[in-house]
Design a protein around this ligand. Structure first.
Ligand code: SPV
Ligand code: MG
Length: 432
């Protein structure tokens, strides 16, 4: 009996999959490599179904003899293990992002005179269209809430961008590019206190109260499906914080980051130029542990942010604090810096690596923006937040437009920098 190998993600099973398995089983005994979650997430999105469920589904398709995990997009590991007589695939990978994987499969098969058999791709099935349709259906609070933890499990580093309105939420949700033959997009949304306040024309001093922040959160929730991390400022009084945690869980927010400051909170980017007071380790740890006790879901994350570097208290102080915060139950640590290069962040990462108990590490490279995601990933950072860039880029563009209208006493000159009327009318579907 000849042996046949084919790989699939099997997240959305359609007639194309069944067709190809049927044809493959006529060639010999079929082993299916089901892509692991991290392999799928590395080139498109987190699968809707768990690996376990996807494996179970494929095992029960007629014609499938055996299912094994395929850990990467690359077939090499499994092909060397099985040395199959045939690899089967649809003919849709001859061109486009998968063509280099195909070329490698052909090369590997040559080693044992195996053969690649390509069947005509089943017409009328478009996974990207099915994906889009699912996205349009939306999500539920519970699914969205759990998404952040899930992403942390399967991706080496998460890329989060700031949103402060429905529209900016849509930008974070939908912006994607194809690069290095993979789809690249943001993993989630940061609701920044600085940007939420600034968009409301207010300073970033906790003057925008939680009810107002909830309005912004709701506007974003309504038009997106990606996980949300809320900038919770100091978290307020412990007695209030426990309510905040529950409100956020109810809405489907995945995480809150609270910073170890007390008194009138000022934006960290002022550093020591303004008076800022750090909380005691004991009191801030109590806030974390009371928050953890209040939480009702398994997946909600309370991330503790230390301001030791911002306040020039040194790296040892930062490490002492994060150890205590982790002990108090923090699900993640954010280390913040306003230096113009990442040296102190890198030094912190080195020491953080040595801790016995670690939780996901978050950074916000605003002042040290030259740092790359791969440099951060290599040092153990799990989440990178681009905390204010949509608002900061929108403001100069809007100001320029306002000035130009004043200058010319008409709007003709600003047209070239504006969305066309047609574009704005169709930007948000459903308006026609
Ligand atoms: C925010 O985005 O509001 C933050 C990050 O808290 S920072 O502004 O750098 O303090
Ligand atoms: Mg803030």
């Amino acid at each position: 009996m000849k042996t046949v190998y084919l790989a699939m993600s099997a997240d959305i099973i359609h007639n194309g999959h069944i067709n190809i398995i049927k044809k493959a089983s006529k060639l010999g005994e079929v082993t299916v490599g089901v892509l692991e979650d991290s392999a799928i997430a590395s080139y498109k999105r987190v699968p809707l179904l768990s690996y376990k469920d996807r494996k179970f589904i494929v095992e029960n398709i007629k014609g499938v003899e055996k299912v094994i995990p395929q850990r990467t997009l690359d077939y090499e590991e499994n092909l060397l293990l099985l040395k199959p007589d045939y690899v089967v695939h649809g003919d849709d990978w001859r061109t486009g992002p998968q063509s280099h994987i195909r070329a490698k499969v052909i090369k590997l098969l040559k080693q044992w005179e195996g053969e690649l058999i390509e069947f005509e791709y089943t017409r009328g099935v478009s996974i990207s269209k099915l994906d889009k349709a699912i996205m349009e259906i939306g999500t539920t609070p519970q699914i969205r809430l759990g998404r952040l933890k899930k992403l942390l499990e399967i991706k080496p580093i998460l890329r989060i961008l700031e949103a402060h309105s429905g529209l900016t939420g849509i930008i974070v949700e939908k912006t994607r590019i194809e690069k290095d033959e993979k789809i690249r997009e943001f993993d989630g949304i940061w609701i920044s206190s600085l940007c939420d306040s600034t968009a409301k024309g207010k300073p970033d001093i906790e003057v925008v109260d939680f009810t107002s922040r909830l309005n912004t959160i709701n506007n974003i929730l309504e038009v997106t499906t990606k996980p949300i991390i809320l900038d919770g400022d100091t978290g307020g009084k412990v007695e209030h914080f426990v309510y905040t945690v529950r409100s956020l869980e109810r809405l489907g927010v995945s995480a809150i980051i609270i910073e170890d400051k007390i008194g009138l909170k000022k934006c960290s980017l002022f550093g020591t130029d303004v008076v800022q007071q750090q909380d005691t380790i004991e009191d801030f740890s109590r806030k974390i542990s009371e928050g953890k006790k209040a939480q009702v879901t398994e997946d909600f994350m309370i991330i503790a942010r230390t301001e030791s570097l911002i306040l020039k208290k040194g790296i040892d102080d930062a490490i002492t604090r994060v150890k205590a915060y982790i002990e108090a139950g923090a699900d993640g640590i954010m280390i913040h810096s306003k230096e113009r290069d990442p040296t102190e962040i890198f030094e912190f990462c080195e020491l953080y690596k040595e801790l016995d108990t670690k939780v996901p590490l978050v950074v916000v490279p605003t002042s040290y923006s030259q740092v790359t995601e791969s440099e951060l990933r290599d040092r153990g950072v799990n989440i990178v937040i681009y905390a204010n860039h949509l608002l900061r880029s929108a403001f100069p563009a809007m100001k320029k437009t306002a000035k130009s209208i004043l200058e010319n006493e008409r709007a003709l000159e600003v047209e070239e920098n504006c969305l066309s009327i047609k574009e704005i009318l169709t930007l948000i579907p459903g308006g026609q």
